[in-house]
Ligand binder design. Structure first.
Ligand code: CP
Ligand code: NVA
Length: 298
């Protein structure tokens, strides 16, 4: 039984296998590994891509999907997380959870005996980043020594990218306001991997010679509604930023995008933008992730 909580939990071999298997599944399809399995998806926050792409995955893999939305269920609201997890353990074979606190995953894990996939928390969004890595590999063939540059807020998607980049030897740069900080745990983990993060508020330095430029919303789900975004404005991805990158640069965004804020229409609608490939690759990547989680069963 294997959970999928964070990219940093994976060995380099497993991460590479999940990516390559996603590409293989995209070309050749996948066996019905969820036949006779009930898969519960719990979404405590809104979703378009994650929810629908997982539903497509579950259907294609022969499973039965059950969904609880935020208006129906929240961990810890009507009863303890312990009681909910124990009950669900008697009903379903798999859980996919989008939640606020990352710690909820750990608490559910202690009381649920089957696989759990992290479908986004405040801390990380590993399913998205597997799809991003698949999209990157399709375009460039490999990762070693490529320069990937992130612009704007350091959020859950950034966190999963930091972890993936450290494992795959991608040079990951972050352009963000100086007041944005990285957690002590992440710095410690990077040190243990003998890796360091390049963070700067110098947009030009970071953009220069990038193979991939990416960004995400300045206000993530769960952030304070009155969060100030003014200090992110110099970190907008626009044609000036792209002009500094390599000629064959790609632009990535996990979506939903706030056009005119973190990215201009000109960039997101340009030929270099692979945002819809990223969205499509969620399906192939998540089948591979499900296969990874079920690997002890076949
Ligand atoms: N990228 C992503 O996870 O989108 P949703 O919030 O729509 O699932
Ligand atoms: N950082 C964003 C990602 C959405 C897919 C959020 O958490 O809202």
């Amino acid at each position: 039984m294997t959970n999928f909580f964070d990219i940093k939990d994976l060995s380099k071999k497993d991460l590479e296998r999940i990516i390559d298997e996603s590409i293989n599944i995209k070309k050749k399809g996948c066996d019905k590994i969820l036949k006779n399995k009930n898969v519960l998806m719990i979404f405590e926050k809104p979703s378009l891509r994650t929810r629908i792409s997982f539903e497509v995955c579950i259907n294609d893999l022969g499973g039965n999907s059950l969904i609880l939305n935020s208006n129906e269920f929240k961990f810890g609201e009507r009863e303890s997380i312990y009681d909910s997890a124990k009950v669900l353990d008697r009903y379903v074979d798999f859980m996919i959870i989008r939640s606020f606190e990352h710690s909820i995953l750990k608490e559910v894990e202690s009381n649920f005996s089957k696989p759990i996939i992290n479908a986004l928390t405040n801390h990380s969004h590993p399913c998205q980043v597997i799809a991003d890595l698949v999209t990157f590999k399709e375009k460039f063939g490999d990762f070693e020594n490529k320069k990937v540059s992130w612009f704007g807020d350091y959020n859950n998607v950034t966190q999963s990218w930091v972890e993936a980049a450290a494992i795959l030897n991608i040079n990951f740069y972050i352009a963000c306001p100086s007041k944005v900080s990285v957690s002590k745990n992440t710095i410690k983990w990077l040190e243990e991997q003998n890796k360091h993060l390049i963070i700067s508020d110098n947009v030009n330095d970071i953009a220069k010679n990038s193979d991939c430029i990416m960004t995400d919303t300045w206000i993530s789900m769960g952030d304070k509604k009155d969060k100030s975004v003014d200090h992110f404005k110099p970190f907008q991805v626009n044609s000036n930023v792209i002009a500094l990158a390599k000629k064959d640069v790609i632009f990535m965004h996990c979506l939903p995008a706030y056009r005119g804020m973190e990215v201009t229409d000109e960039v997101i609608d340009s030929k270099m933008s692979v945002v819809f490939d990223q969205a499509e690759n969620r399906v192939h990547a998540q089948k591979s992730i499900i296969k990874h989680c079920c690997r002890d069963n076949y």
